[in-house]
Design a protein around this ligand. Structure first.
Ligand code: PEP
Ligand code: MG
Length: 554
């Protein structure tokens, strides 16, 4: 028997199915005999849920890291929202005489429906959060025990409608070999957790109505999303050979987390990671990155009501620097404006935001935002090899102005007696003008980092992320590649490192050619580090040059 779903976390597993169908008793619609007793029950339920969520947050943080634990913070926020939760539920009890459980059910169903009606993916996740919270509150309110995945009979593939964040946190991960769900998708919380923990998972496994599946042997393929129940001998043999090969490949990759980054003939490279939060520096270290080639600082500024203070930024940069334990950490100054709005900053409407008031153009006009960031970076440099990088540099004046502001702040901090560290200064090469003038810019900076995402859009006049022109978006276009080669050559002539931190850096079809052009640091999502390091270690510099030549002059 074979079910086809969607692969959401790669890997192969064979184990017995463990059907997980936590059921709550029917909710009674009996009107509240004593409304105040029901309100008291509700208050007790909310308090107990809050305590439980705080516990789950700590467990999740310990097991999976701070970032994965944030979901429980989000639940706490929903739970603490007086206007959407506590007050309307009390109103339902007092005015409509609903009992506490019925009032909770109706209010959370309404909330989930409201999130769903907003129609985007993020809001659909909020709806799932509301559903998860409802279940949790009802369990507490009705005094039901919890069926969970913390104790399992052995190695299993969990088969469920959907796993909530709290289900996944409590899960005995040593014994869960695979996860198959009817609902969910690649961005569902359980899929994210499965990928973090390296557990194969498939979503959209539909059509199983029966309890009879429990305990049956099954094979789950998290890449193609199939679940094969009661596999034939042939299917089992095929699984075993594919699994052996996959294990072998995974083991081979394991060695590439720690070995030096170099070509086959020993040319030194740096394979680094891109991060967006200080916590992601842990991922960079886990996958053996040689450093952080790009810390997109704008993530610290978004999704909040007020700008982060200098001290808040300092803490974030220092945490990342300390996590990197002496390895380089390149912090890019704020790259917002244009289409990336800051809720705290009223920016004028622009018809062409990508050509507009963005990144360094915005920060140079807002020294009250730029200065604290530069100070925080300089202060964090006392705790590691922190470097600063300016985004969207298009003219020498911009670069010089940014550098002057940095030096001014360095002197101010020193005069104030605040500890700082030496900070190398680099720039993104992501506007064609910067690539064309790379020779001049190379005299003024300590390093380059090529941003292929923007360099491609500006060179080809193809908006990144615009589906209508996605087929024209091509970092491998010879025009883009020639600008990259010019930049790398200018860097080599001035003996400064040339990095690359756009998506293309981690593309196995292009990475060898970039190295052949003279790019000596490639920065990518942390997971890509071992496979790219492996790929490059198997090629000589000459082979990389040939790859470059082929693409530059097709
Ligand atoms: C780039 O443009 O390639 C880059 C790395 O910057 P971002 O994607 O953040 O614009
Ligand atoms: Mg960019």
């Amino acid at each position: 028997m074979k079910w086809q779903g969607k692969g959401v976390s790669e890997g192969l597993a064979m184990a017995q199915i463990h059907l997980f169908t936590p059921k709550l008793p029917e909710i009674s619609r009996q009107p509240a005999a004593d409304a105040e007793a029901e309100v008291a029950k509700l208050e007790a339920t909310l308090a107990a849920a809050e305590e439980e969520l705080r516990g789950l947050y700590e467990t999740a943080k310990e097991k999976m890291g701070e970032q994965e634990a944030e979901i429980f913070d989000a639940h706490l926020t929903i739970l603490g929202d007086e206007y959407s939760v506590r007050e309307p539920i009390i109103q339902r009890i007092r005015e409509q005489k609903q009992n506490a459980a019925a009032a909770i059910t109706d209010q959370f169903d309404e909330l989930a429906q409201m999130f769903r009606s907003l129609g985007d993916e993020l809001m659909a996740e909020r709806a799932a959060d509301a559903e998860d919270l409802k279940q949790q509150l009802l369990r507490i309110c009705l005094g039901c025990g919890r069926q969970d995945l913390s104790v399992l009979p052995g190695d299993v593939i969990v088969l469920a409608e959907e796993l909530t964040p709290s289900d996944t946190v409590r899960m005995d991960t040593a014994h869960v070999k695979g996860i198959a769900t009817r609902l969910g998708g690649a961005t569902a919380h359980s899929a994210i957790i499965a990928r973090t923990l390296g557990i194969p998972a498939a979503a959209g496994i539909d059509g199983w109505q029966t309890e009879a599946l429990n305990g049956h042997m099954a094979i789950l393929d998290g890449a193609d999303g199939t679940l094969t129940v009661d596999p034939t001998d042939e299917e089992t043999a095929s699984y075993q050979s594919r699994k052996a090969q996959a294990d072998c490949e995974a083991q081979a990759l394991e060695a590439f987390r720690t070995c030096p980054s170099q070509t086959k003939d020993g040319a030194a490279l740096e394979i680094c990671a891109n991060i967006g939060t200080p916590q992601e520096a842990q991922q960079a270290m886990k996958y053996g990155a040689d450093g952080v080639g790009l810390f997109r600082s704008e993530f610290l500024f978004m999704d909040r009501d007020a700008l982060p203070t200098e001290d808040e930024q300092f803490e974030a940069y220092r945490t990342a620097a300390e996590t990197m334990a002496g390895k380089p950490l390149i912090i890019r100054t704020l790259d917002v404006g244009g289409d990336k709005k800051l809720p705290t900053l009223e920016l004028p409407h622009e018809d062409n935001p990508f050509l507009g008031f963005r990144a360094i153009r915005m920060t140079l006009s807002h020294p009250e935002i730029f200065r604290p960031q530069l100070r925080a970076i300089l202060r964090a440099a006392a705790y590691g090899d922190v470097r600063v990088m300016f985004p969207m540099i298009g003219s020498m004046d911009q670069l010089r102005e940014a550098k002057a502001l940095l030096r001014e702040q360095e002197q101010t901090l020193q005069a104030e007696g605040v500890p700082t560290g030496p900070v190398k200064v680099g720039m993104m090469v992501e506007i064609p003008a910067a690539a064309v003038l790379a020779e001049e810019f190379a005299k003024e900076v300590d390093f380059f980092s090529i941003g292929t995402n923007d360099l491609t859009q500006y060179t080809l006049a193809v908006e990144r992320g615009n589906a209508a022109v996605a087929h024209l978006y091509a970092p491998e276009h010879p025009a883009v590649l020639r600008l990259i080669a010019m930049t790398a050559q200018a860097a080599a002539e001035r003996h400064i490192p040339c990095g690359m931190c756009g998506e293309a850096a981690g593309d196995p079809k292009l990475a060898p050619a970039f190295v052949g052009m003279g790019v000596n640091e490639l920065s990518m999502s942390p997971r890509r580090v071992p496979p790219v390091r492996k790929l490059l270690s198997g090629l000589t510099m000459d082979e990389c040059r040939q790859a470059a030549e082929k693409l530059l002059h097709p």
